[in-house]
Design a protein around this ligand. Structure first.
Ligand code: GLN
Length: 464
């Protein structure tokens, strides 16, 4: 085992070099903080499963070494008095927190451009966004700074940046990882997820942080996920469904070529490929962009200038002036848009027309998946995103275009099923991701299939 102090110094060197290139993957990090953690580990003599690993942590996850800002001005400099369960488990496994990574404000976005502290660059694709909202974590792994990072998902925020940056990202089954200490966005959708430079790294990180937690009543009463085994060399007996709604006519030619190649590789491994249908897929984006803002409008009510972070006194006239000034100046445009949307769809007279209908659609999406998995399909294979990473600024003025980039990822959050993205090729140098989705609690199944596919497919190869 390497001395954690050497690992800490090496990680600090890599972070410094990455940030000197202008990547802006981190909102907070310091060599001293790394060394202090390494010192504590060395003294404790811990040799857990993640011994000596420096793990980057998305800034929506609370810990005590650095501020937790959620990429927002309203929490600028805010220090959490407690640590997320996932972070505590990282430490118990022998890992250190490398630093806090950049993200879209309160995890609302698909490009990291909605961070109040400026965007992150995609180390794998110059001039392109790293995806979002966990773009900083994805960039830190893609730049080779860390092998693992924690992100969070409400509607694809781990898988989409993993695809854009050419790395692996896993969103576990809802309830697999404790949400204690994860700043709430849409609580019925939120899950902490894991990034890795390869499938095994992401799976090892997920295994370390998963499991029942008395501090989060929605965690599953399951045996924690085991450390991944060796990559299987055959997928004989595995049925992989290919949902036709994820491969529409007019699909981006590079995405088509990469997914065709990956499908052929799965078949060559012995998997039975079966075309299936998830008929309610076209309604996922509209349903997601009602349910998630509705929950966000309620969750974000707590940032009132009294209990957390920033306070603008609004001239000290009355408490309303304080709320208005604090929230008006503290939240960015996208967060304000979500709060307005969410408040609207929950208000009297609109609740039935929007929120209740979206909940019905959500239930249908959930049963679409349940039906396919009950029919003998072990996992589904799809593209992760409809296009490779877009240019910085390309979708910034058009919220709808930004929302539509979540079309293949937000379904898993609505249904609560596990899903992962792995690199399946490049188009004109831009990374492309393939997605595996599993049934509830089928996390280990999709990890195993991903390991097999990764072992036979050159995920960095040009596909056309
Ligand atoms: N892009 C989606 C949104 O903006 C998903 C975000 C997330 O998963 N945190 O809501």
């Amino acid at each position: 085992m390497t001395d954690p102090r050497d690992a800490a110094r090496a990680a600090a060197r890599r972070i410094k070099a990455c940030e000197a290139r202008g990547t802006h993957a981190f909102l907070a990090w310091s060599e001293q903080a790394l060394l202090e953690q390494a010192e504590a580990l060395a003294t404790a003599g811990t040799a857990g499963p993640l011994a000596g690993e420096a793990v980057a942590v998305k800034d929506v996850i609370a810990e005590r070494v650095f501020p937790t800002t959620c990429g927002s001005r309203i929490l600028e400099g805010y220090r959490s008095p407690f640590e997320a369960t996932a972070v505590r488990r990282l430490r118990d496994a022998g890992a250190m927190v490398a630093g806090k990574t950049n993200c879209d404000e309160f995890a609302m976005g698909s490009s990291t451009e909605h961070s109040a502290y400026g965007p992150t660059l995609n180390p794998a694709a110059p001039g392109r966004v790293p995806g979002g909202s966990s773009g900083g974590s994805a960039a830190a792994v893609a730049a080779g700074v860390v092998s693992m990072a924690l992100g969070s998902e409400t509607g694809g925020s781990v898988r989409q940046p993993a695809a854009f940056c050419g790395i692996v990202g896993i969103k576990p089954t809802y309830g697999r990882v404790s949400r204690y200490g994860l700043v709430a966005f849409g609580s019925s959708l939120d899950q902490i997820g894991a990034f890795g430079k390869d499938v095994v790294s992401a799976a090892r990180l997920l295994a370390a942080v998963s499991g029942r937690d008395a501090l989060d009543a929605t965690t599953l009463d399951q045996i924690p996920l085991a450390e991944p085994g060796a990559a299987p060399t055959s997928l004989a007996g595995t049925v992989v469904g290919v949902p036709r709604e994820y491969f529409p006519e007019g699909l981006h030619a590079g995405v088509r070529a990469a997914t065709d190649r990956a499908r052929a590789a799965l078949q060559a491994l012995g998997a039975e490929m079966r075309e299936v249908s998830l008929p309610h897929t076209p309604y996922a984006v509209p349903a997601y962009y009602i349910v998630a803002p509705a929950e966000a409008s309620s969750n974000l009510a707590r940032y009132d200038g009294v209990r957390y972070g920033r306070r603008e006194d609004g001239g000290l006239r009355d408490v309303r002036a304080l709320y208005r000034a604090t929230r008006g100046r503290g939240f960015g445009a996208e967060v304000r848009r979500r709060i307005l949307l969410g408040t609207y769809v929950l208000s009297a007279g609109y609740y039935d027309a929007f929120y209740r209908r979206a909940q019905r659609v959500r239930e249908r999406i959930r049963t679409d998946f349940a039906r396919v998995f009950a029919g003998g399909v072990h996992a589904l294979f799809t593209p992760t995103t409809p296009t490779p990473a877009f240019r910085l600024g390309e979708n910034l003025a058009d919220p709808l275009a930004m929302y539509l980039s979540d079309v293949y990822v937000c379904t898993a959050n609505l249904a609560g099923v596990p899903a992962l993205s792995l690199p399946i090729g490049r188009d004109a140098g831009l990374p492309l991701g393939g997605q595996l989705l599993g049934p509830v609690e089928g996390d280990a199944t999709i990890i195993r299939i991903a390991q097999a596919l990764e072992a036979v497919l050159d995920g960095g190869a040009e596909v056309r």
